[in-house]
Ligand binder design. Structure first.
Ligand code: SAM
Length: 251
């Protein structure tokens, strides 16, 4: 949906940043509940060592990743987000931040990362950006190390009768979440393979009010070529969010 330039402009100039992204976790109750109920269960076997986060914004997930990393580097297109995070996490000596061009990871050494992570950011980037990051991940991940990337699957959907009906009833546009239209689960598998890695697992999910269209995908990549991919279609993902929200409200 957005070019690198449009993403930079949106997140640097247009977004008001009143709650540091906490507002995007409302369906799960809070960012803490979303991390513990939704994200950590999906990544805990992989999360260790030196961790890379792509596109941390104001650090909604950085604050939790940090507890599991020996050291960490977070890279974002927005110099303002990087400046904000440097100040927010100034007491975390094992955590570095670096602004980038939205495509490459020039401040990272080859084979230096044990686990790479990105959540609720790359959904907005198109296929060219994902392909570029896949190439860079193949360079910076240690051999056999993993990445967990949340990206768009909107490219799998065509604007059908359901969307027209929904739009007529609700007034919501086809692409409510500013998802990348050129990206699908298959795009990520191809980008990983072209970079010499394997996409070994994909969970295809709806997001917020986009049910029943599975517009997003969580892909697990391994820096080893030629491994098979297991795909899970999980149309009940937002029911899981609702269960987490109800549990979190008891705490
Ligand atoms: C919606 S915010 C989400 C941030 C964070 N992951 C969260 O969930 O709170 C999107 C972030 O992605 C960053 N971003 C967008 N495109 C990017 C790209 N191509 N490379 C690096 N960062 C990017 C933006 O600068 C912004 O900080």
């Amino acid at each position: 949906m957005g070019s690198v330039f449009e993403n930079k402009r949106t997140w640097e100039d247009a977004y008001p940043w009143r709650q540091d992204g906490e507002e995007w976790s409302a369906c799960w109750g809070s960012a803490r509940a979303q991390w513990h109920g939704c994200i950590l269960p999906r990544i805990f076997p992989l999360l260790r060592g030196r961790v890379l986060e792509i596109a941390p914004c104001h650090g909604r997930w950085t604050q939790f990743l940090l507890d599991h990393a020996e050291s960490m580097i977070a890279v974002d297109l927005s110099t303002e987000c990087i400046a904000y995070c440097r100040e927010r996490f100034r007491h975390a000596p094992a955590l570095e931040f670096s602004a980038n061009d939205g495509l490459t990871l020039p401040t990272l050494a080859d084979r230096s990362i044990d686990f790479a992570f990105s959540f609720d950011s790359l959904v907005h980037v198109e296929a060219d950006v994902l392909a570029s990051y896949a190439t860079e991940l193949a360079r910076v991940l240690k051999p056999g190390a993993s990445a967990f990337l949340h990206h768009s699957n909107l490219g799998e959907h065509h604007r059908g009768w359901w969307d027209k009906l929904r739009q007529r009833r609700s007034g919501l546009p086809f692409n409510t979440g500013w998802r990348a239209t050129s990206v699908s689960a298959a795009t990520m598998r191809r980008a990983a393979a072209a970079a010499g890695m394997s996409c070994v697992q994909q969970e295809v999910v709806p997001w917020l009010d986009n049910w029943p269209r599975n517009i997003d995908c969580f892909s697990t990549l391994v820096n080893t070529p030629g491994l098979p991919c297991a795909t899970l279609h999980n149309p009940r993902f937002m029911e899981e969010a609702e269960a987490i929200r109800r549990l979190a409200s008891l705490a």
